[in-house]
Design a protein around this ligand. Structure first.
Ligand SMILES: C[S@@+](CC[C@H](N)C(=O)[O-])C[C@H]1O[C@@H](n2cnc3c(N)ncnc32)[C@H](O)[C@@H]1O
Length: 347
């Protein structure tokens, strides 16, 4: 049972996050000045401020309703202590001049150098989001969560929690210690944290191609047991065939080239047990919300997202079906959405 006080605490905490990260967004936007692609409202549909706030309100209402329905505990964002938060904020602002320079100069390949060449796939070695270090450095890993929350005005964690009801459907009533969960492209571990808040004894594996992000995930998730965090390529998941009850992939497919997306789907289908479930959280796509289509068109130019334009047109349902994963549902989460796929059970 969620009490009135808890409801108020939730509302206050989420409002504070939106105000905090929203203020970061405004400052970053002002500093970026005219380096952002020009918006031509005749060609590019953009949501109004009212529609944006409504989308966020609906997400937070759903988040609270899920907790009230007992699908997960009242959310704990684990943003860290105030000094931690301020330090991450400092790191975010300290990187803005370099981000601005790259955006203005269209530079996005700094992380491809003599040390990195050949050690990671070519598509991976870029300054995604124009950020210093791409996915490769400890500083980038420390800045990442602030950056994502700023991009989504403080709603990224609430969006990540929208994966949990789909996992609940397959985990409910089963012994969590006997289940297996894989999080692909786990980044700094925020999604796994939410899973562990619901299923603390669930054996979970997170894989990511970044050593620095895996190190940050280990730090963030150190209070939980039963987690393995591995540096590994999602194109060759180091797990046995038909070993996982569920796989999650949050905010990863839009970062992958189309050919790699297909390989990763195939790997996920391979490691899922028959009857297992894939839950994908990622950006909305063209046509999902006609008001957002112009915003989706301009986003990759403003944030160096080299594979986003192909992602927003990708038929993910078809990618799933091609490897035996049937799309079974979709849930809206503000500018993101959750897509659910099931692998056929053996008859
Ligand atoms: C936008 S971040 C998402 C991180 C996390 N899932 C989240 O919810 O914030 C994309 C992540 O995918 C990882 N990644 C990209 N390509 C990968 C690949 N081929 N194999 C494994 N991880 C990959 C990156 O290192 C990065 O941590």
């Amino acid at each position: 049972m969620v009490t009135a006080t808890e409801r108020l605490t939730y509302a206050a905490a989420q409002a504070a996050r939106v105000a905090f990260y929203g203020a970061h967004y405004l400052v970053a936007r002002v500093l970026a000045r005219d380096a952002f692609a020009e918006i031509d409202l005749k060609r590019h549909s953009f949501p109004s401020l009212g529609a944006t706030l409504k989308g966020m309100r609906l997400l937070f209402e759903k988040d609270l309703a899920n907790a009230e329905a007992g699908l997960y505990p009242l959310p704990l964002d684990h943003d860290g202590s105030l000094p931690d938060l301020l330090e991450r904020s400092r790191l975010f602002f300290a990187d803005l001049p370099a981000v601005h320079q790259r955006r203005e100069g269209g530079q996005s390949q700094e992380v491809l150098n003599e040390q990195t060449r050949g050690k990671r796939p070519r598509y991976y070695l870029q300054n995604f989001h124009f950020q210093s270090g791409g996915w490769l450095t400890p500083e980038s890993a420390q800045r990442y969560d602030t950056q994502v929350e700023v991009l989504l005005y403080g709603s990224a964690n609430a969006a990540r929690r929208q994966v949990l009801p789909a996992l609940h459907e397959v985990f409910a009533g089963r012994d969590q210690r006997r289940l297996r969960l894989l999080d692909v492209g786990c980044g700094t571990g925020r999604s796994l944290d939410f899973c562990k808040q619901v299923w603390p004894r669930l054996p979970a594996v997170g894989i990511d191609l970044s050593e620095a992000y895996i190190a940050e995930a280990k730090r963030h998730l150190r209070r939980w047991g039963w987690i393995s965090l591995l540096v590994a390529n999602a194109e060759a998941v180091p797990l046995e065939t038909e070993s996982q009850d569920a796989v999650t992939v949050n905010f990863v497919f839009h970062e992958l080239p189309p050919a790699v997306r297909r390989i990763v789907f195939g790997e996920i289908a391979r490691v899922l047990k028959p009857g297992g479930r894939l839950v994908v959280l990622d950006s909305v796509q063209t046509g999902d919300e006609p008001d957002y289509d112009g915003m989706l068109e301009l986003f990759p130019q403003n944030y160096h997202e080299p594979y986003y334009a192909s992602y927003i047109r990708e038929d993910l349902g078809a990618l799933g079906r091609a490897c035996g994963l049937t799309p079974v549902g979709e849930i809206k989460a503000f500018v993101s959405k959750v897509m659910v796929f099931d692998k056929h059970a053996k008859s």
